[in-house]
Design a protein around this ligand. Structure first.
Ligand code: NFK
Ligand code: ZN
Ligand code: ZN
Length: 207
């Protein structure tokens, strides 16, 4: 079994959304202090690196992370290379997604160029592409980007339309080391009561 880790590393220099809480891990107690164990603590925004968005992130009435159906985050997925497409619209995606019903779709844009720096501009799906995803009954999409919307967007129309279409959102994956093709995805959120999102360890399994 081949396992591809498509998660970004969390460390103190992992880029965050501008102004958001930096990631930190430190030893709260050391083995020297306790005489038995090292005990770490973390602080982070749940939207750092590889994570999922719960609908509550952008919808006051939306489901929280601990209320999500986990089956969406495990199962058949395809990686599609869209790095050469001018626009992520229905027409350009139709050929790539033909016949791929019910699979999670992971978009490899390669547009986050420097993993140590938050990108300045990113591509995003045109709304007509979401109609295509709906017709294919896609349960989840993943992007190698910090957001499915434009970074400056305040109305988050892609987030909202995906949610209305019942398509879950995985952001910040790293697809540099995986080829196009079919895999099994596992990217489970933590059981954080009431949260608007969660970091995930995302992996692709090739059988
Ligand atoms: N929508 C982005 C996150 C986002 O918008 C955000 C994350 C942290 C701090 C502020 C944010 N947006 C603010 O206006 C995401 O889905 O991860
Ligand atoms: Zn997010
Ligand atoms: Zn998001």
């Amino acid at each position: 079994m081949n396992i591809y880790d498509i998660s970004r590393t969390l460390h103190c220099k992992t880029p965050t959304w501008p102004g958001d809480t930096p990631f930190s891990y430190s030893l709260n107690w050391t083995k020297e202090e306790t005489g038995s164990v090292n005990v770490g603590r973390i602080e982070m925004s749940v939207h750092t690196a590889t994570h999922i968005d719960a609908p509550y992130h952008f919808d006051e009435k939306g489901a929280k992370v601990d209320q999500l159906d986990l089956s969406v985050f495990m199962g058949r997925a395809i990686v599609v290379d869209v790095s050469r497409l001018k626009e992520l619209n229905r027409v350009s995606l139709e050929a790539l997604l033909k016949g791929q019903e019910k699979k999670r779709v992971l978009f490899k844009t390669n547009a986050w160029e420097d993993e140590e720096v938050f990108p300045e501009g990113i591509p995003s799906l045109k709304l007509d592409a979401i109609t295509l995803l709906k017709e294919l009954s896609v349960p989840l999409i993943g992007v190698d980007l910090p957001s499915v919307d434009q970074l400056e967007s305040k109305d988050l129309e892609v987030h909202h339309l995906l949610h209305e279409t019942n398509i879950s959102i995985l952001e910040g994956i790293d697809l540099r080391n995986v080829d196009e093709g079919e895999y099994q995805l596992v990217a489970l959120p933590l059981k954080i009561e009431g949260a608007d999102g969660s970091p995930v360890r995302a992996v692709l399994v090739k059988e």
